[in-house]
Design a protein around this ligand. Structure first.
Ligand SMILES: Cc1cc2nc3c(=O)[nH]c(=O)nc-3n(C[C@H](O)[C@H](O)[C@H](O)COP(=O)(O)OP(=O)(O)OC[C@H]3O[C@@H](n4cnc5c(N)ncnc54)[C@H](O)[C@@H]3O)c2cc1C
Length: 452
């Protein structure tokens, strides 16, 4: 039986460890923290995951919190207009329905729970912060060493891929607070949705429902342009002060979100987080001083900014691809060529995430603003953009190039006109008049009804 070492007990490391374990592989998992330390520690993410990534967890029977976590049925975008004496008005505002629901389960719950499950099933957990010198020795004892240690120090083993990393400094300063007591969005009180608020020049503010250690909560998450007015958390260590700052910024830049946040309270002592990092793609194979090779997993090799909420999704997709590749390899060696091919398979999906995320970090070109704007008038556009969060490869078809965006919007307009014409025709028919009215009414309320 093949012996595999996985360093790092996060989304990718644990999902892969549990997947391989269920196939009879002998696994050692090295984590720098115990399950209790993770559970009782600080939040690490907002970890909203969409259907495809959740399906990878379901395939392995790891969706332990599915029934308890809020079902996120929609994804909405609002854009703040220029400042007026009355504050920032909303110039764009819509919500699109997700074809499959999304969920955010606090990584403190999930990683602690998965680590305990792995141990209960006979897996070996070593609590140790691995250093390069450790790996240099360990690589000789295992058939394969996978480094799934996130954005920690071990990334130094993997060179930056400059061709795939357009930014070498952080593009956003991040500030997260988990709260209880947030009111629903009045526009769709019965629909749980991730709300993305874009504030040009300032950054983005996200709100998302989640399951945390104290039950159902909402996450307030500022992504601030460095040096801008929302980049205001560097000196704050006190969680209450952190929340106060989050709320001040909401009141000023996204008053429609602040209006439902006047009664919020922090969920627990570890529920705030701030920091920043440069989005980086790395070469996937690390060469140790003694010549041994290790393969990087998920954030170690592709760390995108969380502006598009993709890192955990990508980690789940990466773990699924690596699992398949390891199983296919059978008894043959995990050599350099296999490592490269395995990463390339993952890059097939990760490249779309990276392109989209890096696009969203830059000020949007006019055609993207038109697309976002069209989401208000056309539910089909809102639906397509919302579901791009699950499958970002679709953005290639309509998002990046002005010509493709224009062609898509033209198509949507024509379809809407045809639907309107059909509606008018039906209304003109005296006999079927009442029925047509009911149908038209039904269509008009289609989006709202479909959420129920
Ligand atoms: C503020 C914020 C918001 C985010 N929001 C979202 C979102 O909404 N949706 C989404 O999909 N993604 C989101 N992400 C990204 C997502 O959290 C990460 O991309 C994802 O967790 C990466 O998984 P991973 O397995 O690669 O690494 P991690 O989850 O970082 O796990 C790595 C593990 O390795 C351990 N470790 C580190 N060094 C060592 C060592 N030397 N030895 C042993 N163990 C070690 C760490 O303690 C950790 O447990 C967000 C990230 C941030 C920072």
């Amino acid at each position: 039986m093949r012996h595999i070492l996985i360093v790092g007990a996060g989304q990718s490391g644990l999902q892969l460890a549990l997947g391989l374990q269920s196939q009879g592989y002998e696994l050692t998992l090295m984590s720098n923290r115990t399950a209790d330390e993770i559970r009782g520690g600080r939040v690490m993410s907002t970890q909203c995951m969409f259907r495809t990534a959740l399906d990878h967890e379901r395939d392995l029977g790891l969706n332990f919190w599915e029934e308890r976590a809020p079902r996120i049925e929609g994804l909405g975008i609002s854009v703040a207009g220029p400042s007026t004496p009355g504050g920032h008005p909303r110039v764009i505002d819509w919500v699109g329905r997700l074809d499959g629901h999304a969920q955010s389960v606090d990584q403190r719950i999930k990683m602690a729970g998965w680590m305990e499950t792995f141990e209960q099933r006979g897996g070996q957990v070593v609590i140790h912060g691995a250093a390069v010198s450790d790996l240099d020795v360990l690589v000789r004892k295992y058939d394969l060493v996978l480094v799934a240690a996130g954005k920690g120090e071990l990334v130094s083993l993997f060179g930056r891929d400059t061709a795939r990393s357009p930014y070498d400094t952080p593009r956003r300063a991040l500030a997260v607070a988990y709260v209880h007591g947030l009111d629903p969005r009045p526009e769709h009180p019965d629909v749980e949705a991730v709300r993305c608020n874009l504030v040009p020049g300032v950054g983005e503010f996200f709100v998302m429902p989640a399951l945390t250690t104290t039950g159902r909560a909402d996450i307030l998450f500022w992504e601030a342009v460095p040096g801008g007015p929302a980049d205001a958390f560097q000196d704050i260590t006190d969680p209450s002060e952190h929340l106060e700052r989050v709320l001040e910024l909401m009141e000023h830049f996204t008053p429609w979100e602040y209006a439902r946040a006047t009664k919020v309270e922090l969920t627990d002592a570890g529920c705030t987080l701030s920091g920043r990092y440069a989005p980086t793609v790395r070469h996937p194979i690390g060469r140790l001083p003694g010549g041994g090779l290790v393969l990087g997993v998920a954030d170690v090799v592709v760390a995108n900014d969380p502006i598009t909420g993709q890192g955990s999704n990508s980690a789940a997709k990466c773990a699924a691809v690596y699992l398949e590749s390891i199983l296919e390899r059978g008894d043959r060696p995990f050599d350099e060529e296999w490592m490269r091919t395995t990463f390339d398979r993952y890059w097939e999906s990760a490249r779309h995430v990276t392109k989209w995320t890096n696009t969203m970090l830059a000020p949007p070109p006019e055609h993207i603003v038109h697309l976002l704007d069209a989401g208000s008038a056309f539910p089909a556009v809102a639906h397509r953009i919302a579901n791009g969060f699950d499958d970002p490869s679709d953005f290639e078809n309509f998002f990046y190039e002005p010509e493709k965006a224009a062609a898509y919007l033209e198509e949507v307009r024509e379809e809407a006109e045809a639907a309107e014409a059909a509606e008018a025709e039906a209304e003109a028919d005296d006999v079927a008049g009442d029925e047509a009215e009911v149908e038209a009414d039904d269509r008009a309320h289609e989006v709202v009804r479909s959420f129920r």
